[in-house]
Ligand binder design. Structure first.
Ligand SMILES: [Zn+2]
Length: 420
């Protein structure tokens, strides 16, 4: 396959890819513990080789440590303050509405895929969840844009005009259930098949965290799942791909020692102390799909009034609640967490490694999480692994030992390795 190494630039960064297949992978919800558990048991031999011959380290994700936020950062190379996606939804104060942000019209920066495509690369983006596809496909797929973008969730519905491909099931296999490990393995298999068929040479593969929400790192199901991932990594390496792997966020058990979910019900606490008028937004998930539990370690709070003494009293009250680790005013949170200030509440609240934030007990259906609650969203899920299949250039190795971000992924794969 002929591959160009023409340089292109996106959002202020220059990318000079090697004349080899480039594969960026986001393994959703992959806390470093998952890799450790599989590596020490010899279940990921290819990743072990990558760790020895290339690079294994940690990178800081974007806050809140959610899927859409971090995937948007990885594909644009910029923080949420620039690309505009600071959660799965936000409360539009002027319109008085909760607005979903799973559409590219909320994206304020372009992804690097159209430019990569225009530079002569064959670009394909595969995601497990359909909700991310629109963001990834923006400017990449269409009558005048010959890129490929599809989800494993809706693999059978991919059409040439809208997805750049219409034979996904023939190429990769039958469409998997979204609530399965196969939904993620399908994404990696798709990458392998596209590369084998010479239909792509610049890929982004983004999985889903169903397995990590359900299983702890040392569970046999999780180990088998990571062993499955490793098989596809081996195949990508065999084909000469330069591979970079990171995660959108980590994952922690959010429960008490008796196994019950450890929830701080912010709205109940605030109403009990100050009266009505508070709105707590939990941007971890779709506001209309409460069966997920909708519980994570990050919340936005809209206050009934914002005079200084009142705000100070609310901050002090929230900070005193067990499980709450951080309470920040909007502009301070926007600066520290690099969030879009116009799509936020008056306060940002985070909770600890073993606790989540909720609205009221009635709002959440805890039956869906009877098997145990594992979740993310806060600081304890902010640090994620970073693997590169090739040795890093000295300047990049120095950077990798400092405060690099998971959204430096493509910069590291394309510019940072010694692959040429
Ligand atoms: Zn995720």
């Amino acid at each position: 396959m002929n591959m160009t190494s023409a340089t292109f630039s996106v959002n202020g960064r220059q990318y000079s890819p090697p004349a080899r297949p480039v594969v960026g992978i986001c393994l959703d919800g992959s806390a470093d513990d998952y890799f450790d558990a599989a590596l020490v048991r010899g279940r990921m031999p290819h990743l072990q080789r990558i760790s020895l011959q290339g690079w294994r380290g940690m990178a800081r994700g974007a806050m809140p440590s959610f899927t859409n936020v971090n995937n948007s950062s990885i594909v644009t190379g910029v923080p949420p303050s620039v690309h505009g996606i600071g959660g799965n939804f936000f409360y539009d104060t002027a319109a008085g509405q909760e607005v979903m942000m799973n559409s590219s019209r909320f994206l304020r920066a372009e992804t690097l895929f159209p430019k990569a495509q225009q530079s002569g690369r064959r670009v394909a983006v595969v995601t497990a969840k359909e909700k991310l596809r629109d963001i990834f496909a923006h400017g990449l797929v269409g009558p005048r844009n010959p890129g490929i973008a599809f989800s494993s969730e809706k693999a059978s519905q991919a059409r040439l005009e809208s997805h750049g491909i219409d034979d996904v099931e023939t190429l990769v296999g039958p469409t998997p259930l979204i609530y399965s490990g196969e939904a993620s393995l399908y994404v990696l298999r798709a990458g392998v098949r596209l590369l084998e068929a010479g239909r792509a040479d610049f890929l982004y593969l983004s999985t889903t965290d169903f397995m990590q929400h359900k299983f702890a790192p040392e569970a046999p199901e999780a180990l088998d799942f990571y062993a499955g991932i490793d098989g596809y990594l081996g195949r990508l390496l065999e084909m000469g791909a330069v591979v970079g792997i990171t995660a959108d966020h980590g994952m922690n058990a959010k429960q008490r020692s008796d196994g019950s979910p450890n929830v701080v019900y912010l709205e109940s606490e605030l109403v009990g102390r100050f009266g009505t008028g508070f709105r707590v937004i939990l941007p971890i998930t779709d506001p209309y799909v409460v069966h997920h539990g909708a519980l994570g370690s990050f919340a936005q709070v809209h206050l009934p009034r914002t005079d200084v003494p009142f705000v100070a009293e609310v901050i002090s009250f929230l900070s005193s609640l067990p499980g709450v680790t951080e309470v920040l005013e909007r502009l301070i949170a926007a600066a520290r967490m690099e969030l879009p200030a116009d799509r936020m509440g008056d306060l940002v609240v985070c909770s600890g490694r073993d606790s989540v934030l909720g609205r009221t007990p009635e709002y959440h259906d805890l039956k869906a999480i009877e098997g145990g609650l594992r979740s993310h969203g806060g600081r304890y899920e902010e640090m994620v692994p970073l693997f590169l299949s090739e040795p890093l250039k000295p300047a990049y190795e120095a950077r990798a030992r400092a405060d690099i971000r998971n959204f430096d992924l493509f910069d590291f794969i394309v510019n940072g390795t010694s692959a040429r």
